[in-house]
Ligand binder design. Structure first.
Ligand code: SF4
Length: 375
């Protein structure tokens, strides 16, 4: 079953983020959240299909801190040089939420490529954003700090989706995929969250568990599915992404990831803000090469500090300067609206609209184009 399943999932990008669901998550959310959700999803569809660019990003990710308890082999946190003391303060995030809520933003995410629950402010920030009219709030987590008391706060905050990265069906494999974590504790945290939702009579947040396919865990995909398919709202099967995929020992033998398609819709619908204020046009690891501006006026140094595209992989150093190669032009810095409508974003969108050789080199290699963030 496994090979057929992988082929099916990777043949349709929309199946990557929710390939197995008890019920379609979007239908459930539409029922719960009402017309404002439908309106947002229509705009999302128009942006995703490059038919209409919204006046402001529909979704913004906030990287509150750059730290994690774990050192997983497929993650940036594996390299200690990438850990940072910098923080996007709760006050700054609230200011950004105010700006977004007044400008057409509909959805927010926390953590970016890092663990959001290392910040104690998440429930407060979710509640703030929802109270300001943002329709959706979500994040990925390793689940280690998802204690029953945190779960209770998150349910009350109005969080709409929580995506928990497990990647294993047995403790033995989990230790390889998620070194430093605790398999039984995390599984128990998920079950407690589900029980609390029931006890509080809350359909939200929808709960997803995810499985990132690598050489370390590929034999467990079937048992992972059996373990969770009747338990959570939906399951995600993700491919292992790495600039140097051909060299990586993590590359799975099963299910070759198809070559990336020619275009990416991320710059048409979303932005990411890093803990140092840097703004990126997408949420993928590859997007770290595109520092298109800063939320702070006094941006230190060049705003377009591309990493070395020949050497960079996902264990690389975030601060690695290098040869930009086929760079897009400098844009307009300032607040998020200026960045969103600035020359850099316009140029990047134009290149993705045309596709092919027009794409920046990083985008040509980036496999996120196959998985255009279909949450
Ligand atoms: S192709 Fe990759 S790097 Fe380029 S905009 Fe899309 S997600 Fe970002």
């Amino acid at each position: 079953m496994t090979e057929e399943l992988i082929a099916e999932v990777f043949s349709d990008s929309r199946k990557v983020s929710r390939f197995l669901a008890q019920k379609d998550p979007l239908t459930i959310l539409s029922k719960i959240l009402g017309p404002s959700f439908d309106e947002y999803r229509l705009k999302w569809h128009l942006a995703r299909s490059m038919q209409k660019i919204p006046a402001f990003p529909l979704h913004v990710d906030y990287e509150l801190k750059r730290e994690c308890d774990l050192r997983c082999p497929m993650c940036l946190a594996r390299n200690p040089e990438n850990i940072s003391d910098l923080e996007l303060s709760p006050k700054t995030v609230k200011d950004l939420i105010d700006l977004g809520a007044a400008s057409g933003q509909a959805s927010m995410g926390f953590g970016g490529l890092w663990e959001p629950l290392n910040s104690p402010d998440i429930p407060d920030l979710v509640a703030y954003g929802r109270s300001k009219g943002l329709v959706e709030a979500m994040f990925n987590t390793n689940g280690l700090r998802l204690s029953p008391s945190v779960s209770r706060e998150l349910i009350k905050s109005g969080l709409t989706r929580i995506m928990i990265s497990l990647d294993a069906a047995t403790e033995e494999t989990y230790k390889l995929m998620r070194p430093g974590s605790d398999f039984k504790l995390v599984e128990n945290n998920i079950h407690q969250l589900l029980a609390l939702k029931k006890a509080l009579n809350s359909p939200l947040p929808l709960v997803r568990v995810s499985f990132c396919l690598t050489s370390l865990n590929e034999t467990e995909l079937d048992s992972f599915i059996e373990r969770w398919r009747e338990v959570v709202d939906f399951i995600s099967l993700q491919y292992y992404g790495n600039f140097n995929t051909q060299k990586s020992h993590l590359w799975p033998k099963l299910g070759q990831v198809p070559p990336p398609s020619g275009k990416c819709a991320q710059p048409f619908k979303r932005l990411s803000i890093l803990c140092d204020g840097t703004v990126l046009p997408c949420c993928d690891l590859s997007g770290l090469s595109f520092k298109i501006g800063s939320i702070y006026q006094n941006y230190p140094g060049s705003p377009f500090n591309l990493g070395n595209q020949d050497n960079q992989d996902n264990l690389g150093n975030l601060g690695n300067p290098g040869n930009p190669g086929n760079p897009i032009k400098l844009g307009n810095l300032g607040n998020l609206s200026d960045i969103w409508t600035g020359e850099l974003m316009r140029d990047l969108r134009e290149r993705h609209f045309k596709g092919g050789d027009e794409l920046p080199k990083v985008c040509q290699r980036c496999q996120a184009k196959f998985q255009p963030d279909n949450f």
